[in-house]
Design a protein around this ligand. Structure first.
Ligand code: BGC
Length: 830
């Protein structure tokens, strides 16, 4: 591995050279203030919503890809360099980037001078800290000058990068002491501003980009750092930046630490101005006061560490596999936090402008987050639900700042609503909190209703939404009694009603779904699962009639799946608008798809206890996945990939064979197969498949894989592509949540249940066992699973605090204990 290694003890990935095969990203921020930070300090920051409240500027698809960010230029006696290598790219004597949980630490050295940059956002705060430490490791006195630089953004990111006839005339700043106040649009409608300051005295500043960089220069040859001084420029229009100069004098062996702080400040009720054109900076002063001492900075950083220790402590394990071990204990959970916070909005591939929070995406992201901060999960579920419409359809995406559905994409993706059932049931199993079902969340088109006392209250409850969702699928069915697909189901690119021949239209929005006939077997499988979840929820609520009603709908859907969905060797994928099967041996290309195998199996179709006519189909379907779709780099989405464009199938056929939804290894849906193997008791297969897409296991082929080896990427090129094995779209993928579910609930089998914590492992035979610590409903379970006979599955004995308890259906059901208590659990498989 040429580029780095895991430091598991510190939960860090250590990058040892800056020219990684692609920019390797980390996120800073965990609540409302976020930043992207690459291994060369590239990236930008925003508050809550990267489209509507972007604080610093970034140019996507730049040359090189990653240019612009939190740059420190060092001028050491005329030699100019950056500790993160970019943008000057001077040869460094040493370089190291440690991406950790919520922070990145980049250290570079040259000619006996070492500069360390530590970037993080303190928990609960709306600012980021760049802690800088400069060390003179040479034998002589050094007088380095440091120039911190980043470019302000005009908050609304799309406008910022398209509407220069306005934006080049609006920029305004104020400078006071060591601080630059970015106050563009503050005189008019904004009641917030950005602030960039240094915690020690500065020797100079620039706020005008052309003055700091030079009108005809690139960032690698910026005027001020090469000249060795800032010019004190005051931006008026054009492009305001925050640039601060710090001049140091360090004796041999001496070091100095201080910080730059980038803050987002809301003015609140305080008056906006002290006098015309002079801001009232009190809130800004109070923000900066928190960082006046280096010890304050260190204490704040320690809080971030404690925050992550606490979060990750909810689930820790000792597993016999190093990759599964580190992914579970740190990186996979960490990625789940990112997808929970950012859905699919902002990464190196998502520009923070196009997509906000996805309805289906965020519901699935919740599955990997629930155990960490259930209160935030609760709030998110209610936010998502309120973007559903009263007829059952959902806004496909919504904007995090306004929490309003995006009208441009609209709705009519006929899987969206069902994911709400999964997230809600998972939340209640995790917390036991049934009160969420009574919360009035309202529909996007019907926010309020009249209460018994005639007063307006939020319409309708979350439970009403779940019922609406189930009813919607039952209502929206086609000729084969399978659910209609609408614009698309989970596979956003299977657009069976689109028929697009116009290159400028969106595959997802084009086409009329009214009176459409195309059906999805995948949604049918998802419905089998969701309706069974609803039935179990009603059982728990002691509402047996409602539970039966759910199971009746499920039985009806099961008939349709087994009748029209089965192809002989696997489950079909869909029926197109003309009623022809897709994902069938009858097709020339796209004969077999992964999604319907995953969901029909997880939904209970063709199960071992099914009626004789359909019994065993699940095993057959999974064997077909193994035979036709599996590769050692993961399972491809379908085979054969489509070689030509089919208007009746949509975007899926627009991609060249082997990438994205056309035969790519789409990590997200692989995880459903991992769970499928667990359901069938095939622990060896589950682990083999799990490892096939595990990023940590890609380090030996990193020149092919190229993406970050510490987080999942959405897609790896499949076997039909010339770049088989190359990963793209890292970070924001539903894989994060689902793979955590597959590993913890499938392979380790530790699943929250309504009545207690279930433990039903499905491990590889070679595993002698494992240990896990799981916090559940306030108690801590220390679980040791032993596998003396080398089986995959089947609990034969359970001891809790030394006392034997009965296993239920060859699984352990651990009781719910009082808050704050700790319990020792010993489970033997056999
Ligand atoms: C989208 C998901 C979708 C998946 C498969 C992702 O980019 O965010 O909503 O399910 O692609 O098409």
């Amino acid at each position: 591995m040429n580029y780095g290694h895991f430091d598991d003890a510190h939960r860090e990935y250590v990058i040892s050279r800056p020219d990684t095969p692609l920019p390797w990203l980390n996120y800073i921020g965990q609540d409302d203030f976020f930043g992207l930070c690459t291994n060369t300090a590239g990236g930008y920051s925003f508050w809550k919503d990267s489209r509507l409240r972007r604080l610093t500027r970034y140019r996507y698809n730049n040359i090189p890809y990653d240019l612009g960010g939190r740059y420190i230029y060092v001028n050491d006696g005329g030699s100019v360099w950056n500790p993160g290598w970019m943008p000057v790219k001077a040869k460094l004597d040493s370089y190291e980037c440690r991406h950790g949980m919520g922070y990145s630490r980049i250290v570079g050295s040259k000619d006996g001078l070492e500069v360390e940059m530590l970037f993080f956002v303190p928990p609960g705060r709306n600012e980021e800290v760049w802690k800088i430490t400069v060390r003179n490791k040479s034998g002589a006195v050094k007088k380095p000058k440091l120039f911190a630089y980043q470019e302000f953004c005009f908050y609304e990111a799309l406008n910022d990068m398209t509407n220069y006839q306005r934006t080049w005339s609006i920029g305004e700043v104020e400078v006071e002491g060591n601080a630059i106040y970015h106050k563009t649009e503050y005189r008019e409608r904004r009641n917030h501003y950005a602030l960039f300051a240094c915690t020690r005295p500065v020797a100079g500043f620039d706020t005008d980009r052309d003055a700091f960089v030079g009108l005809h220069n690139g960032l690698h040859e910026a005027t001020a750092p090469f000249a060795g001084k800032c010019s004190g420029s005051m931006a008026f229009g054009w492009n305001p930046v925050g640039a601060l100069e710090v001049d140091l004098e360090l004796a041999p062996g001496a070091e100095e630490s201080f910080a730059f702080v980038l803050a987002y400040v809301e003015q609140g009720e305080a008056p906006k101005f002290d006098k015309p054109f002079v801001m009232n900076k009190e809130v800004g002063h109070a923000t900066l006061a928190r960082y006046s001492k280096t010890s304050d900075i260190d204490a704040t950083f320690a809080k971030l560490g404690a925050f992550w220790d606490g979060l990750l402590a909810n689930f820790q394990a000792e597993l016999p596999d190093e990759h599964a071990n580190r992914m579970l204990n740190a990186w996979n959970q960490y990625q789940c936090m990112a997808t929970f916070n950012l859905s699919r909005s902002t990464s190196m591939y998502e520009t923070g402008i196009g997509r906000g929070m996805g309805f289906r995406d965020s519901n699935q992201d919740l599955l990997g987050f629930m155990h960490m901060i259930p209160s935030r999960a609760r709030e998110r579920i209610l936010d998502i639900a309120s973007t559903q419409l009263s007829d059952g359809t959902c806004y496909h995406q919504y904007q995090p700042l306004t929490k309003k559905g995006n009208a441009e994409i609209g709705g009519d993706f006929y899987d969206d609503h069902l994911w709400l059932v999964l997230s809600t049931c998972a939340y209640i199993k995790e917390t036991g909190d049934l009160s969420i079902l009574d919360e009035g969340c309202g529909y996007a088109d019907k926010k309020y209703k009249l209460g018994a006392d005639g007063k307006k209250i939020k319409a309708e409850s979350l439970l009403h939404h779940l019922e609406t969702s189930i009813a919607y699928t039952m209502k929206k069915r086609g000729p084969n009694k399978l659910p209609l697909i609408g614009h698309a189901d989970w596979n956003d690119c299977l657009n069976l009603n689109c028929f697009s021949t116009e290159p400028n239209e969106s595959f997802q929005c084009a086409g009329d779904v009214k009176d459409s006939k195309a059906e999805s077997v995948m949604i049918a499988g998802l419905f089998l699962y969701a309706s069974r979840e609803m039935a179990a929820l009603y059982d728990f609520m002691k509402r047996p009639d409602d539970s039966k009603r759910m199971m009746k709908s499920r039985a009806e859907m099961m008939d349709a799946v087994e009748h029209a969905g089965w192809d002989g060797e696997w489950y079909r994928r869909a029926y197109d608008a003309a009623g022809r099967p897709i994902g069938s041996k009858e097709n020339e290309e796209g004969k077999i798809f992964i999604e319907s195998q995953g969901w029909c199996v997880l939904g209970g179709a063709g199960a071992d206890d099914a009626p004789e006519a359909t019994r065993g189909r699940a095993r057959k379907a999974m064997a077909s996945v193994d035979k036709y779709l599996y590769t050692p780099k993961g399972v491809v989405l379908q085979q054969p990939s489509y070689s030509t464009y089919h208007p009746e199938l949509g975007e899926v056929t627009s991609y060249p064979p082997g990438v994205k939804e056309n035969g790519g290894i789409f990590s997200h849906n692989n995880t459903w197969i991992h769970l499928g193997w667990c359901l069938l008791g095939e622990g060896d297969k589950a682990l083999e498949y799990y490892l096939s897409i595990c990023p940590s296991a890609k380090q030996d082929e990193i020149d092919i894989y190229r993406s970050e080896p510490y987080v999942y990427a959405q897609m790896t090129a499949g076997k039909d592509a010339p770049c088989f094995g190359e990963a793209k779209n890292s970070w924001l993928t539903g894989t994060a949540a689902w793979t955590l579910v597959a590993l913890t609930q499938g392979i380790l089998g530790v699943k929250p249940g309504y009545e207690g914590l279930v433990v039903d492992p499905c491990i590889a035979k070679k595993w002698k066992g494992f240990k896990a610590t799981r916090k559940f409903r306030g108690a801590e379970y220390h679980i040791e699973v032993k596998n003396p006979k080398g089986v995959c599955k089947g609990v034969v004995s359970v001891k809790v605090d030394g006392a034997v308890i009965e296993s239920v259906n060859k699984a352990a059901l651990l009781p719910i204990f009082p808050q704050g208590t700790k319990h020792e659990v010993e489970i033997v498989l056999g």
